[in-house]
Design a protein. Structure first.
Length: 264
């Protein structure tokens, strides 16, 4: 395992595991962690050996959002430009996660607050420990949900639940988040990493090109008309149909054996 102090990164079986690693601060983001996290996701884009990403947190929390100690208002000085923080750090990373045409699994091992919750919601398949909770903590400190939170909550839950979560900052337990369709599932705490790792490994052994195109199509669906989406499916299927993994998948089916996908 190679270690940056704030994000641990390990590649095995095609899975790049990124572990947010500031456990004393519940893995809240300082500048170094922002850069290390972005570097990890960028590697997933650039390195063909990476065929899936698994994101999790070290210690008892997943991520408590921005490190609030970084800009202590008691120290005085001009008000910070938080828009600039978003533009410089969060927004590029969120865009990199969404545009990565490889599956991103998130294992929420504990509390996910503020931008920490919304980064989890930007991932493709989210598993959470039953003891984990999601908190739109922004209202407690006079901010608005960021890191794509207003977008993902409103789209996934609809306005009534999105507004209630964001305006009250009430914690949402993992099982309820799963019931509401905000995450894929809540699992026993002790099983979280085994399940998430098995899922990430199986996705990494899958037809990466087809999975990447599937991710793209589903993300486009909300803003496309049915006509546009049918055209997009046609184009992606044309590409998938030319892949080595399509030939392998069909051959394996006909030969009654498991497919051995190359990701191409
Ligand atoms: C923390 C943090 C934290 C520093 C726990 N920072 N130390 C974007 C643009 C730019 C700027 C602003 O923000 C954003 C996006 C955002 O994410 S804004 C939202 C920021 N996050 C929050 O408001 C959440 C703050 N944390 C909490 O409310 C609680 O810590 C939660 C509910 C997450 C967990 O509560 P507990 O389980 O009771 O743990 P704790 O509060 O005792 O925290 C443990 C330690 O972690 C503690 O340090 P200490 O030295 O006293 O043991 C906390 O100070 C530290 N910590 N979150 N965000």
């Amino acid at each position: 395992m190679t270690a940056s102090p704030t994000v641990l990164s390990a590649l095995a079986d095609g899975v790049l595991t990124l572990t947010l690693n500031r456990p004393d601060k519940l893995n809240s983001f300082n500048e170094d962690m922002h850069l290390a996290f972005r570097e990890g996701i960028q590697r997933a884009h650039d390195d063909p050996a990476v065929r899936a990403v698994l994101l999790t947190g070290a210690g008892r929390g997943f991520c408590a959002g921005q490190d609030l100690g970084d800009r202590d208002p008691r120290k005085g000085g001009p008000a910070p430009d938080l828009g600039r923080t978003l533009e410089t750090f969060y927004n590029p990373t969120l865009r990199l996660i969404r545009s990565l045409e490889k599956p991103v699994v998130c294992a929420v091992n504990g509390v996910a607050a503020g931008a920490g919750a919304n980064i989890a919601f930007a991932c493709d398949i989210v598993l959470a420990a039953k003891s984990a909770k999601f908190i739109q903590a922004f209202a407690r400190i006079g901010l608005v949900p960021d890191a794509g939170g207003t977008w993902s909550l409103a789209r996934t839950l609809g306005e009534p639940r999105a507004k209630a979560l964001a305006l009250t900052a009430e914690p949402l337990m993992a099982e309820k988040a799963a019931d509401w369709g905000l995450i894929w599932k809540a699992v026993e705490d002790a099983d979280l990493m085994t399940e998430a790792e098995a899922l990430a490994r199986s996705l990494a052994a899958g037809p990466t090109l087809g999975l990447g195109l599937t991710k793209r199509l589903i993300q486009q669906a909300a803003t496309n008309s049915l006509d546009q989406q049918l055209d997009a499916e046609r184009d992606c299927q044309q590409q998938a149909g030319r892949s080595a993994d399509y030939a392998e998948g069909v051959t394996a089916f006909l030969e009654k054996r498991p497919a051995r996908f190359s990701g191409k």
